[in-house]
Ligand binder design. Structure first.
Ligand SMILES: [Zn+2]
Length: 169
């Protein structure tokens, strides 16, 4: 189902609430990657920090240029679909998802367009490729590969140390 125009009725997933009021078109069917201009597409991935918690939201969002001042937001996961939003909407989404200053952030840029540059809507404070030390082995690890299990007080731990600690417990 595609819903168009100013009276878009479908509820937005909570992760995309920042684009409210800036949606031009909405559908509950995501596009396949063949239908997306990959040249300028950027993928943002939910950083699953809690190993024992099931994901009930969006796992991955691809943002791509669509038309003049319009952007495609294509999302998959438990919630899936696509939006066409204004550039204001995409700026708000970027700052909502990537302006997160937690030591291990909730969202990370997984993949950039072919040009490799970060797009204008990524907030200035976003630290690309940031690494944080694992609390067990002390190894500097990309924030996208760290877990913060509540069992250890949400301290960052690398996936290897977490696996080892589970098997020796
Ligand atoms: Zn470790």
């Amino acid at each position: 189902m595609i819903v168009e125009g100013p009276s878009v009725l479908m509820t937005l997933p909570p992760e995309l609430a920042a684009v409210e009021g800036e949606v031009i078109e909405q559908s509950d069917e995501p596009l396949s990657s063949d239908d997306i201009d990959q040249h300028h597409a950027v993928e943002i991935r939910y950083n699953r920090r809690y190993p024992n918690r099931l994901s009930d939201g969006i796992d991955s969002i691809v943002v791509a240029e669509w038309d003049d001042d319009q952007y495609l937001i294509n999302y998959v996961g438990y919630d899936r679909g696509r939006l066409i939003a204004t550039d204001d909407g995409i700026a708000r989404l970027g700052s909502e998802l990537l302006g997160d200053r937690d030591q291990v952030p909730k969202w990370v840029i997984e993949r950039r367009g072919i040009g490799g540059k970060l797009p204008w809507w990524v907030p200035d404070g976003y630290e690309d490729g940031r690494e944080v030390a694992c609390q067990t082995c002390d190894e500097l690890t990309p924030v996208g590969e760290l877990l913060t299990p509540s069992a250890i007080g949400e301290q960052p731990i690398c996936e290897d140390c977490w696996e080892n600690s589970r098997y020796t417990r």
